[in-house]
Write a protein that binds this ligand. Structure first.
Ligand SMILES: CC(C)(COP(=O)(O)OP(=O)(O)OC[C@H]1O[C@@H](n2cnc3c(N)ncnc32)[C@H](O)[C@@H]1OP(=O)(O)O)[C@@H](O)C(=O)NCCC(=O)NCCS
Length: 389
């Protein structure tokens, strides 16, 4: 009799993972490069699979990987396991293998000490069953290169950047996200940042208080990230990209919806925008809440009743205190006034979704008196990510 179980993928199973991936996402990609990258996940216990068998000759039928990210929430960095490459072999789909795999992923995120996990869903059903909920978006805007070219900013010195600037880029991004109390953007492992900066098809420029990273994409220019600490640098970096307007008419930009460029570019209304939504889940509720920043002026004392069937450590009666921008979640006695929520409601609340929206979707109940204070404490700028993973 065979048995389905979650395992750490072994080196000799990488080829099977690749085969399931082709059947799931279509052919293409560089197999060698993928294997090399997959090994870094495998070596660190972040590549999980499901096997069918009782030991010898087990067949690998599903896989998923976990990125070791940090994510900005309220201007503070919270470790986050980014789940990617979730695949189940076609002949095994529709009988709970994806769910079994994702339960293993949640356990591993807990073991690795990630208070949060996030992902871009191809289908929401599987992930909602496991407690993930929509938390933010990745925005891609279209701008006219000619608008950018004439933005000025000539007072800012802009120079070409290379691998040696990786730390500088990290510092500048950190300073900006802490200052803006950003919600959502990822911090990638340093090795990834170095490999982007080393890539001759990625163009990076740095100024005293900012940088830009962009590339060509289907005849247009595409901005992956632009951080600027002053108006002069905003203008200078966007103008550097716009200097390509004789060849590229369009500049696609991954940036937040409140980036200063939206208030500067003249013809954005003529372009289009695309959004991809991502989901979040709290793995360790007390650590996730203590890790993020909250609105400075918010003061909250709230009883919560959390029911989390997948991660029972989160289940129970809790008291949430927020003051001075910091939160603490402590076990408490049951309360008749408690706000009741499951992992999906908790994830969406964490991401700043208005409580009225959560009530409208049936994701929270009780504790009505708490709504204004919860909205204030968790509210902030719209969560966004720049990158797909
Ligand atoms: C998506 C995928 C991983 C699901 O695997 P699976 O083993 O079939 O999932 P499960 O059997 O555990 O299903 C769990 C739930 O998700 C639902 N589900 C699975 N695939 C679905 C789909 N394509 N559309 C809608 N719901 C789906 C199931 O119906 C089930 O819900 P239910 O219990 O309410 O009926 C698998 O179909 C796959 O590998 N697809 C191709 C690659 C892909 O899309 N990966 C996801 C990347 S984010």
């Amino acid at each position: 009799m065979t048995e389905l179980r979650v395992v750490d993928v072994a080196e000799e199973q990488l080829d099977s993972v690749w085969q399931v991936r082709i059947r799931s996402f279509g052919p293409g990609g560089d197999r060698e490069k993928w294997q090399q990258n997959a090994r870094t996940f495998l070596d660190d216990g972040r590549l999980l699979g499901v096997v069918d068998g009782d030991g010898d000759g087990d067949e690998l039928v599903a896989a998923a990987r976990i990125w070791p990210f940090e994510q900005w929430w309220g201007g503070r960095r919270v470790p986050m396991g980014g789940v990617a490459g979730v695949v189940v072999a076609p002949e095994y789909r529709g009988r709970g293998v994806g769910s079994l795999l994702m339960r293993g992923v949640l356990r591993r995120c807990a073991e690795k000490g990630y208070p949060l996990t996030g992902l871009y869903p191809a289908t929401t059903v599987l992930y909602r069953h496991l407690g993930y909920e929509f938390a933010g978006s990745r925005y891609k805007f279209s701008l006219q290169a000619a608008d950018l070219r004439t933005l000025g900013g000539r007072g800012a010195a802009v120079r070409r950047a290379g691998v040696a600037d990786a730390d500088r880029f990290l510092e500048l991004a950190s300073a900006a996200h802490a200052d803006r109390r950003s919600n959502g953007p990822l911090i990638w492992p340093r090795s990834e940042i170095e490999s982007w900066l080393a890539d001759e098809e990625t163009f990076a420029y740095v100024a005293d208080d900012g940088f830009v990273v962009y590339n060509w994409s289907d005849g247009a220019l595409s901005v992956d990230e632009l951080i600027a600490g002053s108006e002069e640098t905003v203008r200078a970096l966007w103008a550097t990209v716009g200097s390509g307007s004789s060849i590229a008419r369009t500049v696609h930009a991954y940036c937040p919806p409140y980036d200063p460029i939206h208030l500067l570019a003249e013809h954005e209304a003529e372009g289009d925008a695309k959004i991809n939504r991502w989901m979040l889940r709290l793995v360790d509720a007390p650590a996730a809440l203590a890790g993020r920043g909250h609105a400075e002026g918010a003061v909250l004392e709230a009883d919560l009743r959390i029911d989390d069937p997948e991660l029972p450590a989160n289940t129970g009666d809790w008291h949430l205190s927020i003051a001075g921008g910091v939160a603490e979640l402590k076990p408490a006695e049951p309360s008749a006034d408690a706000l009741h929520l499951g992992p999906r409601g908790l994830a969406a609340l964490y991401a700043g979704t208005p409580v009225a929206t959560l009530r409208g979707a049936g994701l929270v109940s009780g504790g009505a008196a708490l709504d204004p204070a919860l909205d204030l404490a968790f509210g902030g700028t719209a969560p966004y990510m720049l990158d797909y993973f």
